[in-house]
Write a protein that binds this ligand. Sequence first.
Ligand code: GLN
Length: 184
Amino acid sequence: MKIGVLALQGAVREHIRHIELSGHEGIAVKKVEQLDEIDGLILPGGESTTLRRLMDLYGFKEKLQQSDLPMFGTCAGLIVLAKDVEGETGYLKKLDITVARNSFGRQVDSFEAELDVKSIAKDIEGVFIRAPHIVNVENNVEILSSISDKIVAVKQGKYLGVSFHPELTDDYRITQYFIEHIVK
Ligand code: GLN
């Protein structure tokens, strides 16, 4: 499979490494035309406001809204996929969820936690960096993981979203799940 990583901002190389460890080809996507060459797309973490601005600028918004390419969003990438964002408007609106940004509180800006992620593994190391959480999901969305009542991983059809950064660990099982069970 050829899996793209949106390469406008954020952790791109780390995601490509996880794609390769999963046994697939990872491609840094910088231009909309490249979307035609891939089977799935990862939207990385970073800063969602910046990511949205750059996606507008390079024409990714319309193209991705119209496309039915499987997508996996991590952290800021999750925010970009959400239908609703508290205090803002949603962007790609592919996941029927509401997210709250920077929602774990200032005192816990960044932290790690072991997560039970349904259908994937019970011992996923979650790295949270000024992370969002999912406040609300519609009926068609499957909740894969929560941490102290905050939803942090969901799946809806071709779309997967997590509020943490799997690419910053050596554990590539979530990326592998995305490719083997959603993209394929
Ligand atoms: N705080 C960022 C935002 O709201 C997300 C942080 C991240 O991707 N690590 O966009």
